[in-house]
Ligand binder design. Structure first.
Ligand SMILES: N[C@@H](CCC(=O)N[C@@H](CS)C(=O)NCC(=O)O)C(=O)O
Length: 239
């Protein structure tokens, strides 16, 4: 397979990247055994879809973790859900959509609107831009996400309601996980790759925000995230 370059946000909180969708993509590539070069790029508007992550392959730039995974699955023949039943695939799909389309807004709200998150964004901005620009850059970043979250409806709720919504998603993940090693089966599915990408940053970040604190208080979820972090490639793909 040709050389693959993956552009992601910089590493943060002991993770390969702070970007949830990039973390998801890197985990899938690791499970597929597909080698890649990671390039740090903290300005998502530079990507082909204006969002992080994106890849470069055969001179083409492709955005969106789902589209990238579909393409790489086709090229490599690696189907992470190959042994799952139709029902398990459906549960995996539904959970993935909940995590990526709903829980992601809760994550963004805690990072870009909650005061503890805003403070952390300032610290991160200090590593990216010269001193005088740190305040304006952090404010611009947070404003951008606040507007998006308002447009999508999430930021119109109270802080208490948003925390309750996030915790309800965690309850669902935990209940479906039960005593299984992974969310829908005894081997990883797309739901696990998404859950890892979106939950691991909140489990790892030091800021005290309600839903991140809730993840940190759930040993079953923490054990699960550790398991996904450690799971190895199931199949090697010729480079
Ligand atoms: N559906 C996209 C979502 C990517 C996404 O939302 N990325 C966020 C960072 S986690 C981003 O770049 N946001 C920048 C923006 O919305 O301006 C995917 O799966 O890659």
């Amino acid at each position: 397979m040709s050389k693959l370059t993956v552009s992601t946000f910089s590493p943060q909180w002991g993770l390969q990247t702070s970007g949830p969708f990039a973390l998801k993509l890197l985990k899938w590539l690791d499970l597929a055994g597909i080698p890649y070069d990671q390039v740090f790029e903290d300005i998502p508007s530079r990507g082909p879809k204006g969002k992080s992550p994106w890849i470069e392959l055969d001179g083409q730039r492709i955005g969106d973790s789902e589209a990238i995974i579909e393409l790489m699955a086709q090229r490599s023949g690696f189907d992470i859900e190959r042994d799952l039943s139709a029902e398990q695939r459906a549960v995996s799909h539904a959970l993935r959509r909940m995590i990526e389309e709903h829980f992601h807004m809760v994550l963004e709200w805690e990072l870009f609107v909650h005061p503890a998150g805003v403070e952390a964004v300032r610290t991160m901005a200090a590593r990216m831009v010269p001193g005088a620009l740190v305040g304006p850059a952090a404010a611009m970043f947070c404003r951008h996400f606040r507007h998006q979250l308002r447009a999508r409806g999430m930021a119109r709720h109270s802080a208490q309601t948003i925390a309750a919504k996030g915790k309800a998603d965690l309850d669902a993940v935990e209940a479906i996980l039960g005593d299984k090693p992974f969310i829908v089966a005894n081997r990883p599915s797309m739901a696990d790759v998404s859950a890892y990408g979106l939950l691991a940053p909140m489990a790892a970040w030091p800021m005290r925000t309600p839903v991140a604190d809730s993840i940190k208080s759930r040993p079953r979820l923490l054990g699960y995230l550790q398991r996904v972090a450690e799971v190895r490639a199931e199949q090697r793909v010729a480079a």
